[in-house]
Design a protein around this ligand. Sequence first.
Ligand code: SF4
Length: 300
Amino acid sequence: MIQFTQFRDLLAYCQQEPCSVGEAALRYEESLGDRSREEILAGARGLLEQMRSTIESGLFCEDKSLSGLSGGFSKKVMDFQNSPQAFMSPLEHRMIAYALATLEENSRMRKIVACPTAGGSGVVPGVLVALWQEKDLPMERLEKALLAAGLVGEIVSHRMYLSGAAAGCQAEVGVATGMAAAAIVEAVGGTPEQTLNATAIALKNTIGLVCDPVAGLVEVPCVKRNGIAGIHASAAATMALADIVSFVPLDEVVDAMVQVGQMMSPKLKESAEGGLAKTDTAVAFTEQLRQKQQNPPCRD
Ligand code: SF4
């Protein structure tokens, strides 16, 4: 069985074969022995279809979540792209809106693809489905891009739990951003070095990101944070494709994330005891929500 516990092993494999990170991910999955190459690619295609379906159902839906904290944001971004004030490209608008749509569907308790978690589930679908629709990329390239993203997440998961409760949001939206950066580079045909540099550059900029959700719900800041992260991943991918190299190698970036996660206060790890969760607005909202739950409206 092929094993990649460190990114340096993955890079050495890709250089030796030679092959892309997505191809290495495909061979790794094949080496697990329970699926053929065709079945693995079909599985990736199925996940991409589900991502697209989640985005389609959420994109123009204005229903609020049960808490009322989110809903309707993705439609606003799609509408805004027709404004004379719009300054980003159609691709970038889609990346933002698609990530928002996915998280809004998550807040409505509908079906999403967790990648790597529900809290970070908008970033990889946002960039991949936007690229799928805006660029004429072969489907196998997109499937391998998703596999590359998955392998990046898996290698990080050998070192840290991918959970806000364990290491803050750097382990959720942060890792999703690194995965999305790798997916973009793979999708447009970058080299393995560029793919892993994109991930390193993206992750370096999310180190220390805390998990401080208002009322303990995966909505504020999570929904809009996903909307931002695809653009963050795109910037990292663009730098890497332009052959900008991360000064700190990717494995050491992950070491730093692990260390920062261990140093982070438990108040900033999904406990809603610090940060945004303890602002006056959040505390007042949390109290209102508690009272509503204790005194639900009568229904005859
Ligand atoms: S802030 Fe916390 S709950 Fe929200 S996405 Fe990040 S890790 Fe998940």
